[in-house]
Design a protein around this ligand. Structure first.
Ligand SMILES: C[S@@+](CC[C@H](N)C(=O)[O-])C[C@H]1O[C@@H](n2cnc3c(N)ncnc32)[C@H](O)[C@@H]1O
Length: 274
């Protein structure tokens, strides 16, 4: 990817501070995926991260591939309502694109707190009647669950898929990510889904970890990696489907050849509410 590439960030419709003085993790992720909703400061930090951990872009793609497999499995299971927490800057392969190819009646409520991700999403999705975009912090689940974009679109008397894909590593331990997920779980009926993926540092050299985490310390959302062993607490109450929490590339990889990319410092899991 070229660091000189121009961004096409459209600031129209922004609500809140776009946090452009320093790098932003959402926009760095957009850059890893080849998007253009990022600024020079984001690209510089992302390039630094790529130099530190070259697999970071591969991991981002593997994560998006998992997102696609999880959405397709939800639809196979008859779950066609999605609450996408930390949905990010819209790039190719968003939840509604995947879901609507299979079920045009699927409903998707996107939630992100990053103003540029939200402004982009609102502009791209303004003609999509079954999609909403809410600017909110997922760590305030009551606010999310009562937001008009969520209540007016999703029917919580039917199963809902809660997606927490590559986002919980921005939630600090003291914010209690398991308790936050439990609040979303308790709003859902039997047959609902929790699909999540999470950054880990298992198998990385300590010096690489230190340098990589230091780059994210310069953003407003430092990364808190968690090991695979953290998965069960986050999935409390859910029946975890095979193959259980595993490295993201190993989660049902035969469904999607993209998932065979070799390195990914992320684990993934998929649970159903009994
Ligand atoms: C790495 S991106 C993942 C995007 C998408 N879920 C995916 O997997 O492709 C993480 C996103 O989560 C958002 N995010 C981080 N913390 C959040 C929070 N507390 N509430 C809502 N969104 C959050 C960021 O703004 C960013 O857009």
């Amino acid at each position: 990817m070229s660091p000189e590439r121009q961004s096409h960030v459209d600031l129209a419709g922004l609500t809140g501070d776009p946090d452009t003085n320093g790098p932003n993790a959402a926009r760095m992720y957009d850059y890893y995926l080849g998007g253009s909703a990022n600024f020079a400061v984001d690209r510089a930090a992302a390039e630094e991260q790529i130099a530190t951990l070259p697999s970071v872009a591969t991991t981002a793609r593997a994560n998006r591939a998992f997102l696609g497999r999880a959405v397709r499995l939800c639809l196979d299971l008859g779950v066609n309502q999605f609450l996408d927490l930390g949905s990010g800057v819209p790039t190719v392969g968003n939840v509604h694109e995947i879901a609507h190819q299979i079920d045009p009646t699927a409903r998707i409520a996107y939630v992100d707190r990053e103003p540029i991700a939200v402004a982009h999403a609102r502009r791209l999705l303004r003609d999509e009647p079954r999609v909403s975009v809410t600017q909110a912090d997922l760590t305030a689940p009551r606010t999310v669950l009562t937001a008009p974009g969520v209540t007016e679109l999703l029917d919580f008397t039917r199963p809902v898929a809660v997606l927490a894909i590559s986002v919980l590593h921005f939630v600090r331990d003291e914010q209690d990510p398991a308790a936050i997920l439990a609040t979303y779980r308790d709003a859902c009926v039997s047959g609902s889904v929790l699909a999540l993926s999470h950054t880990t540092i298992e198998n990385l050299a300590p010096a690489t970890v230190d340098r990589g985490l230091a780059i994210y310390q310069r953003t407003s959302t430092p990364v808190i990696p968690r090991p695979l062993s953290a998965a069960p607490a986050l999935l409390t109450g859910y029946e975890v489907l095979e193959p259980g929490p595993v490295r993201v590339t190993a989660w049902r990889p035969d469904v999607d050849p993209d998932a065979s990319e070799p390195v990914a410092n992320t684990w993934a899991a998929f649970g159903i509410l009994p």
